[in-house]
Write a protein that binds this ligand. Sequence first.
Ligand code: SAM
Ligand code: SF4
Length: 325
Amino acid sequence: MLIDNHNRVISYLRLSVTDNCNMRCQYCMPAEGIAFSHQSDLMSWDEMFLLASTFIELGIKKIRITGGEPFVRKGLMEFLHRLAAVEGLEDISITTNATLIGDHIDALKALGILNINVSMDSLDKARFNFITRRDYYDVVYNNVQQLLQKGFNVKINCVVMNGINTDDIIPFINFAHEHNTNVRFLEEMPFNGHSKSFERLEWNFLKIMDHIQQQYPQTHRMQDAAGSTSENYTIQNRKGSFGIIPSFSRTFCGTCNRIRVSAKGELQTCLYTNESVSFKVLLQQNPHPDLIKPLILKAIKSRFKDGFEAEEKNEFKKSMSLIGG
Ligand code: SAM
Ligand code: SF4
């Protein structure tokens, strides 16, 4: 079992498989001029598999595949196939923009990978395309419908942006009811790679909640899963549920059970730090779990107490596509 220096059990790894993406969401990255990593700077699938297996040996039970856009990288399905067979791993989940998942839905189901979080920041086509700076609304919407019809546990992630998509909050709540699913509203974080300015957070979790309760006063807090970053609610006499993720307010750090590995093989123990431990050279030159484990354990034993402590040394320049959300 992995236990950090603040006595938190670390059981959840967010594994980014690429920093590349076929969208350009405004809150995540600039429209152009992005220097995506060269393929040779990324971990190979074999290196990633060895690293992931080592984490699992140490006590990681859940891995979320993220990016960039995970389905942009060739070989993802083969990697998932191998990962799904590793003993001790209880859950593989994926966070995706759902543009490219369509061809893989049946294969994912066959692998038992049913927990899919889809980033969708508007139900209005023009607004969706404005936010993502691409024209994929219909593809994404249809893929979400397919996932729902085929019994996947779909969660919609919507980053709430002042002056851009707050009119989508209630339509998304209604979407959750109509499709008996979960939609989560994320506070916007300043990790946009200089895509837009970020002075202060206007729509924090309290304002989002207040907005929802003006329309639906009868909300009921659900029991959150251990280490959950979202506060989840049902609405009386309505199906589905909604969650709010205070990603910027960071009220959840005390129970944080997660760590992150970038596609380049850098372990980051807090979303709000720039500090990382790199495994790339070791994975290339001497790929043995016994050499990797001490580095992981050392990093786990020197985690920040919370995102505010981590932020003190940080500058909010990077793009979320490098961190994986
Ligand atoms: N491309 C995939 C996707 O969009 O779902 C996976 C990677 S994306 C970086 C992972 C998550 O981070 C998404 O849910 C996205 O909405 C969220 N995210 C990205 N930038 C963010 C920001 N500045 N503030 C809050 N959430 C952000
Ligand atoms: Fe790509 Fe996801 Fe970032 Fe949007 S949020 S630009 S889909 S990595």
